[in-house]
Design a binder for this molecule. Structure first.
Ligand code: NZQ
Ligand code: ZN
Length: 387
């Protein structure tokens, strides 16, 4: 087991009454809020109006910034932070999924400084202060509601970067599974793949921590069990609740105990390249990339992959090949792509993908990826390889 430090200060309110807590909790952080949201779903499904009513009830005035894109871009963060400064808000209130919450986190840093937001993402500027961040989660998967990570895209530079800082922990997150009932089947499946990928990144992290292995694989078992039912019963509150809880705990530090780091994250780095090039939903990049990553590592860590199979699939899983096949089968079963062709990436694009992977120096923290490894992953994502 490795030495480790753990810290997570996010207060979560979970359940069908979660939004009603807003008027009690939000005044702790001030009198004026910047409310950030995406491209319309929270208006269409009457979520925003409920949040704004709660703020009004608490005597909190607000200004809105809508239009955050899935795979959020730095330009929106810059504009929203300008608005936050101009309007002298006391807090940033995110109403949405990972894209909105991640944007709100960097808005909170940028509004408290005169810095360029991308410099925070690149690590060339150190955050020193942040406005308090509050969130209402409306689509499940990333775990952003209970962690200190933000991921942003810079299309001009051809980069998608993740950044972690304690100042970006939300103060409070309001988690009502009922709000996610309108999320369509494909997006729901994408969230499920993201949860599984977070547990897998942790499982392939540093050091031997059997308890962390059990946490990670229990999350995968829970998500596979509830997920397969949920994609065929999208309005089921209990299934939505099981997936939401699993998502929040898959990336809030629980699976990193006893490890030297939070995981490998090489697969996420590969997935970010696909999002950059094809604007694919995050989870759909991972259902393609994770099987390919595991196939690349078959010879290096067969025991680890086999152990994963035994923990997730019990004795129905015989060996490391079986394990990877079963993950692929599950992704297909919930309607996700597992090959580049499934998302209409032309065969000829393989070199373009590799070039952008090289430019972004795509690698893992535990398992570094050489240029040959990257080329092999691209090939495996295209063809599936010989299994
Ligand atoms: O934009 P709107 O109209 O709101 O529509 C959204 C969006 O199209 C829709 N949606 C949200 N709530 C809904 C809904 N549709 C129906 N009913 C509702 N209640 O869902 C779509 C996807 O939203 P998005 O926020 O993009 O999804 P997700 O939560 O998967 O976030 C993806 C982003 O998070 C990053 C990803 O890279 C990606 O940029 N990640 C963040 C992490 C973190 N902060 O810890 C870790 C992850 O690994 C990931 O990298
Ligand atoms: Zn992810």
């Amino acid at each position: 087991m490795e030495n480790f430090s753990a810290y997570n200060p996010v207060r979560i309110h979970f359940g069908s009454n979660a939004l009603f807590k807003i008027h009690e909790q939000a005044p702790i952080y001030g009198r004026r809020a910047l409310v950030v949201y995406g491209q319309g779903s929270v208006k269409k499904y009457n979520i925003l109006v409920k949040v704004l009513n709660q703020l009004s009830q608490a005597g909190i005035s607000y200004v809105e910034y809508g239009g955050i894109k899935p795979n959020p871009v730095v330009e929106d963060v810059r504009k929203a932070a300008d608005l936050a400064r101009k309007e002298k808000v006391d807090m940033v209130f995110a109403v949405g999924g990972g894209s909105v919450i991640d944007s709100a986190k960097v808005i909170a840093l940028t509004a408290s400084s005169d810095m360029e937001p991308w410099h925070f993402m690149e690590g060339t500027a150190e955050p020193t202060a942040a406005l308090p961040i509050l969130t209402v989660l409306t689509v499940v998967g990333t775990g952003s509601e209970m962690n200190s990570v933000a991921v942003l895209q810079n299309n001009k530079e051809g980069k998608k970067l993740g950044m972690r800082h304690e100042l970006m922990f939300p103060k409070e997150s309001f988690l009502d599974p009922g709000l996610t009932i309108t999320v369509p089947r494909f997006q729901t499946a994408c969230g499920i793949a993201d949860i599984i990928a977070h547990a897998l990144e942790a499982y392939f992290g540093d050091g031997g921590s059997p308890l962390a292995d059990y946490f990670a694989t229990s999350i995968i078992r829970e998500v596979m069990d509830a997920g397969i039912k949920l994609v065929n019963d999208l309005v089921n509150y209990d299934l939505r609740a099981r997936i939401m809880l699993a998502a929040t705990y898959a990336l809030n530090g629980t699976t990193a105990i006893g490890r030297g780091n939070s995981g490998d994250w090489g697969t996420h780095a590969v997935g970010h390249i696909l999002s950059l090039l094809y604007d694919l939903p995050h989870g759909a990049t991972l259902s393609i990339a994770f099987p390919a990553w595991m196939k690349l590592h078959l010879d290096k860590i067969p025991d680890r992959i086999r152990h994963l199979g035994r923990l997730v699939f019990d004795n129905q899983c015989l060996d490391e090949y079986d394990t990877i096949n079963k993950f692929e089968e599950f992704f297909k079963l919930i309607g996700l792509p597992t090959r580049l062709a499934d998302v209409n990436v032309p065969r000829d694009d393989r070199y373009t993908i590799l070039q952008l992977m090289d430019k972004n120096q795509v690698t893992g923290r535990v398992f570094p990826l050489s240029r040959e490894d990257r080329a092999a992953i691209v090939e495996l994502m295209a063809t599936g390889g010989k299994m």
